[in-house]
Ligand binder design. Structure first.
Ligand SMILES: [Zn+2]
Length: 147
């Protein structure tokens, strides 16, 4: 597991906790390179957190997709990538800590909007206006590129 801050390959686990009746494990890790701490989640295969989309389709929670949506909303805005990473981390943590098996994409979208609003008004409006209509990352990207 490479450190998200400095890329160092080694870390030590400083805390470990079972979630969802043991179907998931949350680990707090400390980088042996820079000493910063980060959290990882481990899932038993077949039991990932599922996201229920507006049309009822389900897909596994995808951190990269979540981050991609935020990055697009923040395009050409003065939002540090560190801030975006922090946002993703908080949302991911909040999703997993809910101990739910499923979450709606609208719930996750609301978490993003709350945070974006506090960081950058334009990014928030972009995300909010687009997200409410399109729940698909590809459509979202095209729409924002047209703004
Ligand atoms: Zn590090």
């Amino acid at each position: 597991m490479n450190c998200p801050y400095c890329g160092h390959p080694d870390d030590k686990v400083v805390d470990s906790r079972a979630l969802k009746d043991g179907a998931a494990t949350r680990r707090r890790r400390e980088c042996l390179g820079c000493g910063r701490r980060f959290t990882t989640y481990e899932y038993i295969e077949g039991a990932p957190l599922m996201v229920v989309k507006q049309d009822g389709r389900r897909e596994p929670f995808d951190r990269a997709k979540l981050k991609g949506g935020i990055v697009i909303a923040c395009a050409k805005r003065l939002v540090a990538s560190e801030t975006i990473e922090q946002m993703v981390r908080e949302i991911e943590e909040q999703c997993y800590e809910k101990e739910a098996v499923e979450m709606s994409s609208a719930e996750i979208g609301a978490m993003v909007m709350t945070r974006l609003k506090a960081v950058d008004e334009v990014a928030y409006i972009r995300f909010a206006s687009v997200y409410r209509r399109f729940q698909d990352a590809g459509e979202f990207r095209r729409e924002v590129e047209n703004l």
